[in-house]
Design a protein around this ligand. Structure first.
Ligand code: RAT
Ligand code: ZN
Length: 416
């Protein structure tokens, strides 16, 4: 590598190269290793029936929702393809993502041939395909979303399944926070002595459950997604579970709690997984937790655009807070650009710019391709401003900074 100072003209190439070379640690996905057979979604029909696309499909079709969901997946995929790709141009971010996937897999995008794409996927061996997707996406590791309340997933872990080391675990515990009485039933069935009011020995037993699972799956963090009205100043069961169980367990294990705040679940139930929306949340809850629990570490992302500036400012106040990702409805180029600029201007390089939220293996390809492109443009402007002052930069320094953003900040924060 060239240790000489780079010029303004060489800047773009240096940034593009650093971004192309960096192997991302993708800190939040919904992917699973091949060993969890049936749980890893992959292939063109899964790509086309991504819930982001399902929501867009229903805007353009009169199809009855319930009827759609009774159709076989292949038929659903055909309807989405016909409606969103053949009858109109696929300009939305999720639609364009499908084309990027096809392009990077070297399929003929212009042919518009679902049959030939299916043929290609049928010819693949899953293990080799996973390697290929990680390589094309420039991803080194992904963090899964591991649900101890899901019977199918639970049995894989209990049988002690071997897990591909590129797939790291995160303990996802939404039910404990959003519906403790229901969660308590499952804990009881698993032999934990909890009651539905969190009385008696319940808090200690919930902590035991959390520690057992975090250790069993070697969780890098615990996580939950939370509603816009998430608050910690009440004495609801959710708040008590957070303060009396989750935060002490995280502190003892020295792992962060990830809070994904702002999801309004099932605004339109007919759309099922595609039926969630968002709302602006109260940053005070994040500030209070960071201040009152200095022994705890918090990974936070928020879903509303309106929360982004105050979240970045909160992170300036608390070093136990690491802001991450442009989550879900924010994972659009225009918003990634705006949010990344806000973060660079307020936090320097001390945040995690993106996670993929991939639900289907091939999502890694398009989400990281698109995000690298946008984040690269924002970085270019920032480095140009530095050079304009007379500051000197080397390729190594740019590669160092990019590695910090895409791997180091997360790894350091979780303590690896
Ligand atoms: O982005 C998504 O696919 C959402 O459905 C959710 O998974 C969200 O990211 C979450 O983890 O709750
Ligand atoms: Zn997610």
């Amino acid at each position: 590598m060239n240790e000489v100072a780079i010029t303004r003209d060489q800047l773009k190439t240096a940034i593009d190269e650093a971004l192309a070379r960096v192997e991302v640690v993708d800190m939040h996905t919904h992917l699973f290793p091949a060993e969890f057979s049936g749980m890893l979604l992959w292939g063109i029909d899964e790509v086309l029936t991504y819930h982001y696309l399902i929501a867009e499909y229903f805007r353009c079709s009169q199809m009855d929702c319930d009827r759609f969901f009774t159709l076989p997946k292949a038929r659903q995929a055909e309807l989405v393809w016909q409606t969103l790709f053949l009858e109109r141009s696929p300009v939305s971010e999720a639609q364009r993502g499908v084309l990027t996937i096809l392009q990077k897999l070297e399929l003929d995008v212009g042919a518009r041939s679902l049959d030939s794409y299916r043929e290609y996927f049928r010819s693949l061996k899953l293990e080799e395909h996973i390697d290929n997707v990680f390589r094309l996406a420039g991803v080194q590791e992904v963090v899964m979303t591991n649900d101890p309340f899901d019977p199918q997933e639970r049995s894989f872990w209990k049988e002690g399944a071997e897990v591909d080391p590129r797939f790291r675990a995160a303990l996802r515990i939404d039910p404990l926070l959003v519906n403790y009485p229901e969660a308590a039933k499952m804990l009881q069935a698993e032999g934990y002595e909890v009651d539905r009011d969190l009385g008696g020995n319940s808090a200690a037993e919930v902590r035991r459950f959390l520690k057992d699972w975090a250790q069993r799956i070697r969780a890098l963090y615990m996580a939950a997604s939370l509603p816009p009205n998430f608050s910690v100043s009440d004495d609801s069961l959710g708040t008590r579970v957070l303060k009396e169980c989750i935060l002490p367990a995280c502190a003892e294990l020295n792992i962060p709690m990830a809070m994904m705040i702002g999801v309004k679940r099932q605004v339109n139930k007919e759309l099922r997984l595609a039926g969630d929306s968002l709302g602006r949340a109260e940053i005070g809850a994040v500030e209070r937790l960071c201040a009152e629990y200095p022994e705890n570490k918090f990974l936070v992302t928020m879903l509303s655009r309106e929360n982004q500036h105050e979240l970045a400012i909160a992170a300036r106040k608390f070093r136990n807070l690491l802001v991450f990702g442009c989550w879900w409805f924010l994972n659009n180029p225009s918003l990634i650009e705006e949010i990344t600029a806000i973060r660079l201007e307020t936090l320097g390089l001390s945040f995690v710019p993106q996670h993929s939220d991939a639900r289907v293996l091939e999502h890694l390809i398009y989400k990281w391709d698109h995000s690298r492109g946008v984040i690269g443009q924002v970085l270019l402007r920032k480095y140009e401003d530095l050079l304009a002052t007379g500051w000197v930069l080397t390729e190594e320094e740019i590669a160092r900074d990019v590695a910090q953003l895409f791997q180091g900040n997360f790894r350091d924060f979780v303590g690896r």
